[in-house]
Ligand binder design. Structure first.
Ligand code: HEM
Length: 541
């Protein structure tokens, strides 16, 4: 069988013959040579295509891109047609979609699948940070962050988890206070959740805590949201680079870069402030940890090697941006979905509240220690993650070299995505998957079971770095809100839709609900915590 390389050699040889003939013979011979050349090229291309997973065809240049629509839904449909491993050319990128959970696990535990694709947006981000980096930088940063974030309490073990619980509790109590002020009138809870959840991640990373109506918080949020919208606008350019030259697209790309600059300016101010009061032996947050690491590398004469020779502060700023965007939107969307499902499934809501009342009682709020004794509450969160699959395609992986899966070739540089929404709604894996049923996660002994085909945080080497924090936050926010309030629909309003909005995550469409107090005045929400967690209020001045 001819390889691609040997085919190229034949083409090269033919080209020379062609030149020779053209100079000596007549036009028909030239024509024959051209036809042979084209024929060889077509055969070699078809041979290469036959090695790829099956999939739909599309016209040259754009491929299947114009027929795609909403990606995770379109992929679901294509998977039902082409099977659990298919490929589609989208513009100049080959996309490979995996929808069998065993296959996803098999692929993503392999080192070769830890790469990121090379696209125009990736170039804007310059391969920095944690989400978009790969190779040695990613490996060292992942290890570093894993270790340091555990130190800040992103762990179920030891004293660390108490520090994290305290941090989360502070935001939960503040949120409950904010909701109390609504006096049970219908609200869009999205902005209050955004503030509370942002404060958790910004506290860990930068010791920053925003207050309500904070202009800098609103600006930061605006930049993230606009970034997502603009990303949607220039998305086609990721596949068809010429698209970026259409009217308006170049400006949108420029705006993405400008917004990033503005966010980086915000982070730079905080980094400069931190540097002035840095005590390397007593880091207050992630900025301190990074600054201490940079200082240490300088002292040891290995500053040039640190972060694989990349600009130290740029890397730190991208890390702050990555953790803010990964740690905020995901938790907020998941909590919003929980309320959507509670409104749509009042029986489940009642059971959660009964469990909370019988295990926690009415005289105090739930805490992390209660988690293991609240299986129904916990599995309601799991069932929400299953049904909403808020990150249905995870983050795009890209093989660092040609690999083979199920006998098919997955070329280096192609885009590989797991179809998590397909796994989570597979009727061969889940009984009646469209029904919201938390009990499916409870075994016959009343213990929680997480089947290996439940993968909201992805799997393998690039699995979510914040899953422990996410589970703590979701449990604390959800259990405390359900304990204190009955979430109900305003009379006459339609049920919140199950149709999600596709952005950074799949978020529910905006909805308004009432949070009606369940507590008697004697069991009012405790006053906000005074704790020893170092935090600085931003924007209130
Ligand atoms: C309900 C909440 C969350 C969900 C459902 C979620 C889901 C995911 C998924 C599916 C991935 C991609 C995995 C892959 O590509 O194979 C991911 C990556 C990531 N997540 Fe989360 N996540 C959540 C919360 C968080 C939080 C709170 C943080 C912040 C600490 C975080 C930080 C990250 C990071 C840094 C990555 C990239 C890891 C890497 O590239 O090596 N996530 N997450």
């Amino acid at each position: 069988m001819l390889s691609f390389v040997s085919n190229s050699r034949i083409l090269w040889g033919l080209w020379h013959v062609l030149g020779f003939c053209a100079s000596r013979t007549s036009t028909p011979l030239l024509l024959i040579a051209v036809i042979v050349l084209v024929g060889v090229k077509i055969v070699s291309t078809l041979k290469e295509i036959r090695k790829l997973p099956p999939g739909p065809w599309g016209p040259p240049v754009v491929g299947y891109l114009p027929f795609l629509g909403v990606r995770h839904k379109a992929f679901l449909e294509l998977a039902s047609h082409y099977g659990s491993l298919f490929s589609a050319r989208l513009g100049n990128q080959l996309t490979v979609v995996l929808s069998d959970y065993k296959l996803i696990r098999e692929a993503f535990r392999r080192e070769e699948f830890t790469g990121r694709p090379s696209t125009p947006l990736m170039h804007t981000l310059d391969g920095l940070g944690i989400i978009n980096s790969d190779g040695r930088l990613w490996k060292s940063q992942r290890r570093f962050l894993h270790d340091k974030l555990r130190g800040f309490g992103m762990t179920y073990l030891g004293n660390g988890k108490n520090v994290m619980e305290l941090r989360i509790k502070r935001e939960v109590y503040d949120l409950l206070e904010n909701i109390k002020r609504t006096n049970g009138s219908p609200i869009d809870v999205n902005p209050s959740l955004a503030l509370a959840v942002s404060n958790v991640i910004c506290g860990i990373t930068m010791s920053v805590r925003f207050v309500h109506g904070d202009a800098r918080f609103e600006r930061l949020n605006h930049l993230v949201e606009e970034g997502m919208r603009l990303f949607g606008e220039v998305h086609y350019g990721e596949y068809v680079p010429l698209y970026n030259y259409l009217p308006g697209k170049a400006q949108a790309k420029e705006k993405v870069a400008k917004n990033r600059e503005e966010m980086f300016h915000f982070y730079q101010t905080l980094i400069d402030e931190h540097r002035q009061s840095l005590d390397p032996s007593n880091p207050r947050d992630l900025i301190d940890v990074y600054l201490a690491e940079i200082e240490k590398a300088k002292d040891e004469g290995r500053a040039q090697d640190l972060f694989e020779g990349r600009d130290h502060e740029l890397q730190l700023k991208q890390i702050l941006g990555d953790l803010f965007s990964a740690g905020m939107e995901t938790i907020k969307s998941s909590l919003l979905w929980m309320f959507v499902f509670m409104i749509r499934n009042p029986d489940v809501k009642r059971k959660v509240q009964e469990e909370l009342d019988s295990v926690v009682g009415r005289s105090r709020l739930p805490s992390m220690e209660d988690m293991s004794r609240l299986p129904y509450t916990e599995t309601t969160i799991l069932e929400t993650l299953r049904m909403s699959s808020i990150v249905p395609l995870a983050t795009t992986h890209s093989p660092t070299k040609d690999v083979h899966l199920q006998g098919y070739k997955i070329p280096a540089g192609s885009q590989v995505v797991p179809l998590i929404n397909c796994v989570h709604m597979d009727p061969n894996l889940w009984d009646d998957p469209k029904t919201f049923n938390p009990s499916r996660f409870i075994d016959e002994n009343g213990k929680i079971r997480r089947p290996e085909y439940f993968m909201p945080f992805g799997v393998g080497r690039r699995m979510c770095l914040g899953d422990v924090l996410a589970r703590m936050e979701m449990f604390m926010f959800f259990s405390c809100m359900m304990h204190q309030y009955d979430v109900t629909l305003n009379e006459g309003d339609p049920l919140p839709s199950l149709e999600g909005i596709v952005g950074a995550t799949i978020a529910p469409m905006a909805f308004r609900v009432k949070f009606v107090s369940r507590s008697s005045p004697a069991h009012a929400v405790p006053a906000p915590l005074t704790d020893n967690v170092h935090l600085r209020h931003v924007g209130a001045h």
